[in-house]
Design a protein. Sequence first.
Length: 188
Amino acid sequence: MRVPALLLIMLTAACAGGPPASPQGFAADPSEAPPTGGIKLSGSGEFTTSDTSAIVYDRKLAPKGAQASATVESSDNTTRTSLVVEGMLPNHHYGAHLHKKPCGTKPDAAGPHYQHVPGEVSPKSEVWLDLTTNGEGAGRATARNDWALDPGELPRSLVIHAKATKTAGPQVGEAGARVACLTLKKAS
């Protein structure tokens, strides 16, 4: 009886104490597959007054115990951003945007909105995540943009604002005072 050549190679490698050979172009283990490229950022936590990874600026709109989680995934000319909040003010409409700098102890520390096209204030160039919380203060929002993040200039935070984002008029893109902030970090 003849043994197929691949099986013979695998048996020979196993007897030699090394890992079994894999056919060219295939990874022996899915965790060894080449990375898909792309960028993933995330931030989460319960909003406190001292930890800038999840910091609160307005306790009336983000009561004690309020928390949030945000993810940003970008590759192949698409950026998807998701935000989930819990324990916020019930039945309230918030605006949320990606910002250029990390959160700080002062609301302005996060800097201006992250813009794919510098100077363009629109949902095509910025990430706008407006949401309305339910009766328990929970809510979620997602946005999809048809561009990939620039690896050299990533957004560093997600800021939750007091009001919905204005979509027209001279104040387009504004959403009121900064209520809370999540610092975004590269996810592994």
